[in-house]
Design a protein around this ligand. Sequence first.
Ligand SMILES: [Zn+2]
Length: 186
Amino acid sequence: MSALERARRLLDAPPPPHMPGQLAVDEPPTPPRHHPERRPHMNIRADIAHLLREGLSDREIAARLHTCAKTTVAPTRRALGLPAARSGPKPLSVEELFHARTEQAGDGHLRWTGWRNNRGVPGVRTHDGTTTAYRVAFRIRWGREPEGNVRPGCDYPECVAPEHVEDRPMRERYRALLDAVLSPTP
Ligand SMILES: [Zn+2]
Protein backbone atom coordinates (compact mmCIF):
# COMPACT_ATOMS: atom_id res chain seq x y z
CA MET A 1 0.00 0.00 0.00
CA SER A 2 1.47 3.31 -0.99
CA ALA A 3 1.68 6.22 1.41
CA LEU A 4 -0.78 8.10 -0.74
CA GLU A 5 -3.30 5.26 -0.53
CA ARG A 6 -2.92 5.03 3.26
CA ALA A 7 -3.50 8.74 3.60
CA ARG A 8 -6.62 8.52 1.44
CA ARG A 9 -8.01 5.67 3.55
CA LEU A 10 -7.44 7.58 6.71
CA LEU A 11 -9.33 10.54 5.30
CA ASP A 12 -12.24 8.39 4.16
CA ALA A 13 -12.47 6.46 7.44
CA PRO A 14 -15.10 7.55 9.93
CA PRO A 15 -13.76 9.45 12.92
CA PRO A 16 -12.80 7.13 15.79
CA PRO A 17 -15.38 6.82 18.57
CA HIS A 18 -14.73 8.73 21.73
CA MET A 19 -12.82 6.73 24.21
CA PRO A 20 -14.56 6.22 27.54
CA GLY A 21 -13.61 8.96 29.94
CA GLN A 22 -12.77 11.29 27.12
CA LEU A 23 -14.85 14.44 27.07
CA ALA A 24 -16.98 14.83 24.04
CA VAL A 25 -16.69 18.49 23.36
CA ASP A 26 -18.83 20.36 20.89
CA GLU A 27 -20.65 17.21 19.93
CA PRO A 28 -24.23 18.17 19.21
CA PRO A 29 -26.78 15.55 20.17
CA THR A 30 -27.88 13.67 17.10
CA PRO A 31 -31.35 14.90 16.20
CA PRO A 32 -34.04 12.23 16.14
CA ARG A 33 -34.54 11.01 12.63
CA HIS A 34 -37.66 12.37 11.06
CA HIS A 35 -40.24 9.72 10.39
CA PRO A 36 -42.87 11.01 8.02
CA GLU A 37 -46.37 9.85 8.81
CA ARG A 38 -46.75 6.41 7.38
CA ARG A 39 -49.45 6.13 4.75
CA PRO A 40 -50.64 3.02 3.05
CA HIS A 41 -48.92 2.69 -0.24
CA MET A 42 -50.99 3.79 -3.19
CA ASN A 43 -50.35 4.82 -6.72
CA ILE A 44 -51.21 8.46 -7.16
CA ARG A 45 -52.89 9.14 -10.46
CA ALA A 46 -51.38 12.22 -12.04
CA ASP A 47 -54.69 13.37 -13.53
CA ILE A 48 -56.45 13.19 -10.16
CA ALA A 49 -53.56 14.92 -8.40
CA HIS A 50 -53.63 17.69 -10.99
CA LEU A 51 -57.35 18.37 -10.56
CA LEU A 52 -57.05 18.17 -6.77
CA ARG A 53 -54.41 20.88 -6.88
CA GLU A 54 -56.67 22.91 -9.17
CA GLY A 55 -59.10 23.00 -6.24
CA LEU A 56 -61.88 20.83 -7.65
CA SER A 57 -64.04 18.85 -5.25
CA ASP A 58 -63.86 15.06 -5.04
CA ARG A 59 -67.23 14.84 -6.76
CA GLU A 60 -66.29 17.12 -9.62
CA ILE A 61 -63.09 15.19 -10.22
CA ALA A 62 -64.89 11.85 -10.07
CA ALA A 63 -67.47 13.06 -12.57
CA ARG A 64 -64.85 14.45 -14.90
CA LEU A 65 -62.59 11.40 -14.84
CA HIS A 66 -65.36 8.79 -14.58
CA THR A 67 -64.02 7.40 -11.35
CA CYS A 68 -65.29 7.03 -7.79
CA ALA A 69 -65.12 10.00 -5.42
CA LYS A 70 -65.07 7.85 -2.29
CA THR A 71 -62.72 5.04 -3.19
CA THR A 72 -60.37 6.81 -5.56
CA VAL A 73 -60.38 10.60 -5.30
CA ALA A 74 -60.75 11.01 -1.53
CA PRO A 75 -57.88 8.60 -0.71
CA THR A 76 -55.68 10.42 -3.21
CA ARG A 77 -56.54 13.71 -1.53
CA ARG A 78 -55.55 12.25 1.85
CA ALA A 79 -52.36 10.74 0.47
CA LEU A 80 -51.36 14.12 -0.94
CA GLY A 81 -52.30 15.82 2.33
CA LEU A 82 -54.65 18.23 0.57
CA PRO A 83 -57.56 19.79 2.45
CA ALA A 84 -61.11 19.14 1.32
CA ALA A 85 -62.24 21.51 -1.40
CA ARG A 86 -64.55 24.23 -0.25
CA SER A 87 -67.78 23.90 -2.09
CA GLY A 88 -68.67 27.18 -3.69
CA PRO A 89 -72.19 28.46 -4.16
CA LYS A 90 -74.22 26.09 -6.26
CA PRO A 91 -75.25 27.57 -9.60
CA LEU A 92 -78.94 28.39 -9.59
CA SER A 93 -81.26 26.18 -11.58
CA VAL A 94 -83.27 27.82 -14.33
CA GLU A 95 -86.37 27.51 -12.13
CA GLU A 96 -84.61 29.33 -9.29
CA LEU A 97 -83.46 32.00 -11.74
CA PHE A 98 -87.05 32.32 -12.90
CA HIS A 99 -88.53 32.77 -9.43
CA ALA A 100 -85.86 35.30 -8.48
CA ARG A 101 -87.03 37.50 -11.39
CA THR A 102 -90.76 37.60 -10.85
CA GLU A 103 -93.10 39.47 -8.56
CA GLN A 104 -96.76 38.99 -7.70
CA ALA A 105 -99.10 41.13 -9.76
CA GLY A 106 -102.36 40.16 -8.06
CA ASP A 107 -104.95 37.53 -9.04
CA GLY A 108 -102.18 34.96 -9.49
CA HIS A 109 -100.48 36.90 -12.27
CA LEU A 110 -96.70 37.20 -12.24
CA ARG A 111 -94.81 40.22 -13.51
CA TRP A 112 -91.39 39.66 -15.06
CA THR A 113 -88.63 41.83 -13.58
CA GLY A 114 -85.70 40.19 -15.34
CA TRP A 115 -83.91 40.35 -18.62
CA ARG A 116 -85.76 40.71 -21.92
CA ASN A 117 -84.55 39.83 -25.37
CA ASN A 118 -84.23 42.41 -28.15
CA ARG A 119 -87.94 42.00 -28.94
CA GLY A 120 -88.86 42.75 -25.33
CA VAL A 121 -89.86 39.17 -24.53
CA PRO A 122 -89.18 38.11 -20.93
CA GLY A 123 -86.19 35.82 -21.09
CA VAL A 124 -83.80 33.72 -19.04
CA ARG A 125 -80.15 33.35 -19.89
CA THR A 126 -78.49 30.10 -18.88
CA HIS A 127 -75.17 28.49 -19.72
CA ASP A 128 -77.00 26.72 -22.59
CA GLY A 129 -78.19 29.95 -24.17
CA THR A 130 -81.43 31.84 -23.80
CA THR A 131 -85.05 30.83 -23.48
CA THR A 132 -88.25 32.73 -22.84
CA ALA A 133 -89.61 33.06 -19.32
CA TYR A 134 -92.90 31.69 -20.70
CA ARG A 135 -91.21 28.41 -21.63
CA VAL A 136 -89.58 28.13 -18.21
CA ALA A 137 -92.95 28.84 -16.59
CA PHE A 138 -94.56 26.17 -18.74
CA ARG A 139 -91.98 23.55 -17.75
CA ILE A 140 -92.41 24.47 -14.08
CA ARG A 141 -96.17 23.89 -14.30
CA TRP A 142 -96.34 20.92 -16.66
CA GLY A 143 -92.96 19.22 -16.25
CA ARG A 144 -92.53 18.78 -19.99
CA GLU A 145 -91.26 20.67 -22.98
CA PRO A 146 -93.91 22.89 -24.56
CA GLU A 147 -94.96 22.45 -28.18
CA GLY A 148 -94.88 25.52 -30.36
CA ASN A 149 -94.92 29.00 -28.89
CA VAL A 150 -95.73 29.57 -25.24
CA ARG A 151 -97.79 32.68 -24.45
CA PRO A 152 -99.79 33.88 -21.50
CA GLY A 153 -103.38 32.68 -21.70
CA CYS A 154 -104.69 35.26 -19.24
CA ASP A 155 -105.54 38.93 -19.67
CA TYR A 156 -102.51 40.28 -17.78
CA PRO A 157 -99.97 41.57 -20.32
CA GLU A 158 -96.79 39.46 -20.41
CA CYS A 159 -97.88 37.39 -17.44
CA VAL A 160 -95.33 34.67 -16.69
CA ALA A 161 -97.38 32.81 -14.07
CA PRO A 162 -96.77 29.08 -14.65
CA GLU A 163 -100.51 28.48 -14.20
CA HIS A 164 -101.35 31.03 -16.90
CA VAL A 165 -99.07 30.17 -19.79
CA GLU A 166 -100.13 27.94 -22.67
CA ASP A 167 -98.41 26.14 -25.51
CA ARG A 168 -99.96 25.61 -28.93
CA PRO A 169 -101.86 22.35 -28.26
CA MET A 170 -103.42 23.92 -25.17
CA ARG A 171 -104.52 26.99 -27.13
CA GLU A 172 -106.00 24.75 -29.83
CA ARG A 173 -107.92 22.70 -27.25
CA TYR A 174 -109.32 25.80 -25.57
CA ARG A 175 -110.32 27.27 -28.90
CA ALA A 176 -112.09 24.07 -29.87
CA LEU A 177 -113.87 24.02 -26.51
CA LEU A 178 -114.82 27.65 -26.85
CA ASP A 179 -116.12 27.07 -30.38
CA ALA A 180 -118.18 24.13 -29.16
CA VAL A 181 -119.65 26.21 -26.33
CA LEU A 182 -120.38 29.23 -28.51
CA SER A 183 -121.66 27.41 -31.57
CA PRO A 184 -125.44 27.59 -31.87
CA THR A 185 -127.09 24.27 -31.20
CA PRO A 186 -129.13 23.05 -34.17
ZN1 LIG B 1 -101.70 35.79 -15.56
